[in-house]
Design a protein around this ligand. Structure first.
Ligand code: MG
Length: 237
């Protein structure tokens, strides 16, 4: 029998990611408070700058740091103040903390990925800076379980369609698994493959769009439940 194909997202599905961005955002808000800015306004300004810049500059962590520096400038501009180069450098350093964070695998990921790899074809699909994402995959120790790792600037139906064609995958046996409605679930629904949503405990607002067709989505709250959906052949009655 043909194997089931699972395409897995990485950040916030296999390992912690957004918590490091949240920590840096907290540090930014705290630093801005010391400059006399309202912390909520600082957070709001950063979120707006990020949402404007991501579609143009992508998801590289260096761009997150740049967005922080630009948010500081904007806060200054709005209050008629002159941005201070030393503060700007400090802010950019806070943002740069997310460049090489430690890989903390989410609960059950290591065992489940290893077990699934014995009877499923596994692919990893992640978006972002190629070098940064490649480093995270390497440090995760999970690379050997994947038939291929794809790092793309942005995930959409076209990318999934490309994978189906290039690896000759049958849509009816292929599932996309991820935390993001915007980047994982809706693209999967658009190309007609299975969609498994595993929500992340601290989601990034940018990824949280409405799910196009919730009836077609399987939601799991534990990564290890994938083994119940896709049990090893000997467990199948
Ligand atoms: Mg993700």
């Amino acid at each position: 029998m043909e194997k089931v194909v699972l395409i897995l997202d990485a950040d916030d599905t296999l390992w912690e990611n957004n918590i490091f961005y949240e920590e840096a955002t907290d540090a930014f808000a705290e630093r801005m408070t010391r400059e006399g800015f309202d912390p909520q306004r600082a957070r709001g300004t950063l979120a707006r700058v990020e949402h404007e810049r991501v579609p143009i500059y992508g998801y590289a962590p260096q761009e997150f740091a740049r967005s922080m520096a630009l948010a500081y400038r904007q806060l200054c501009r709005e209050s008629g103040r002159v941005p201070q180069p030393d503060v700007e450098a400090e802010v950019e350093a806070i943002g740069n903390r997310v460049i090489e964070y430690p890989i903390i695998l989410l609960d059950g990921v290591a065992e489940t990925v290893a077990a699934l790899s014995r009877h499923c074809r596994l692919f990893l699909l992640t978006k972002g800076d190629p070098e940064i994402q490649r480093g995270k995959v390497e440090r995760s120790g999970l690379a050997p379980y994947f038939e291929a790792v794809h790092i793309v600037p942005e995930k959409g139906p076209d990318v999934l369609q490309g994978l189906l064609v290039s690896h000759n995958l049958a849509p009816q046996r292929t599932w996309m698994i991820g935390n993001s409605p915007r980047s994982d679930i809706n693209p999967a629904l658009a190309v007609g493959i299975g969609a498994i949503h595993i929500p992340y405990h601290r989601p990034w607002s940018f990824e949280e769009v409405p799910i196009a067709d919730p009836e077609r989505v399987v939601t799991l709250h534990r990564f290890s439940d994938l083994l119940k959906l896709f049990p090893p052949p000997e467990d199948t009655p």
